[in-house]
Design a protein around this ligand. Structure first.
Ligand code: GDP
Ligand code: MG
Length: 162
C-alpha cells in the first residue's frame, strides 16, 4: 500500500492546483470559484523515488448544507484514510472561520498535519501567514502552488515520516 497524502481546506485555497503539480497532471479542475471538486480525486505522485497517493478534496466551508455537506463528508473521509494531511489555507484571503472549523476537527485526530499557507507569490509571506499560527497546529509552511515555490520543501517534510 502506498502512503496517502490528503489535501484538505476551504474551497478555493489551491488544493487542486497543488494536486495537479504533485501528480504532474491536469486531472483536477482549477477555477477561481469555490466548490468545483465535489468528490475526492486520487492521483499518483513520485518524489525522490518515493511513490505516494495524493487525494484532492472539494473542501470544507464550515457551513455545511446541501451539496456542501456532501463535499465536507468527502473531505472527512479523505482525512480519515490519509497518512498525512496537508491542510491548505489562503495567505491572501487570510484566516477564515472555516479554517478554524477544519483545524478544530484536525486537532482532535491523531494525524500528522502540515499547515500550508498557499498563494504567497507577490506578497509578504511571513506576515500574511503569521495569523495561521493561531490555528494551533504548529509550523505554517509557505507555498505558491501555482508556481511551485515551497513545494519541494513541503514534500521533503511531509513525506519524511512515511
Ligand atoms: P481549490 O478549490 O482549493 O481546489 O483551489 P484551486 O486549485 O481551484 O485554485 C483556486 C484559485 O486559486 C485558482 O484561480 C487558482 O489559479 C488560484 N491559485 C492556486 N494556487 C495559487 C498560487 O500559488 N498563487 C496564486 N496567486 N493563485 C493561486
Ligand atoms: Mg479543487
Amino acid at each position: 500500500m502506498l502512503p496517502v497524502v490528503a489535501l484538505v481546506g476551504r474551497p478555493n485555497v489551491g488544493k487542486s492546483t497543488l494536486f495537479n503539480r504533485l501528480t504532474n497532471t491536469r486531472d483536477a479542475l482549477v477555477a477561481d470559484y469555490p466548490g468545483l471538486t465535489r468528490d475526492r480525486q486520487y492521483g499518483q505522485a513520485t518524489y525522490d523515488q518515493k511513490q505516494f497517493i495524493v487525494v484532492d478534496t472539494g473542501g470544507i466551508t464550515g457551513d455545511e448544507e446541501g451539496i456542501d455537506a456532501q463535499m465536507a463528508q468527502q473531505s472527512l473521509m479523505a482525512i480519515d484514510e490519509a497518512d498525512v494531511v496537508v491542510f491548505m489555507v489562503d495567505a491572501r484571503a487570510g484566516l477564515m472561520p472555516a479554517d478554524q472549523a477544519i483545524s478544530d476537527h484536525l486537532r482532535k485526530l491523531d494525524k500528522t498535519v502540515f499547515v500550508v499557507a498557499n498563494k504567497v507569490d507577490g506578497i509578504d509571506g511571513d506576515s500574511e501567514s503569521a495569523e495561521f499560527y493561531s490555528l494551533g497546529l504548529g509550523t505554517v509552511y509557505q507555498i505558491a502552488a501555482a508556481h511551485g515555490r515551497g513545494v519541494t520543501q513541503l514534500l521533503e517534510l511531509s513525506l519524511a515520516p512515511l
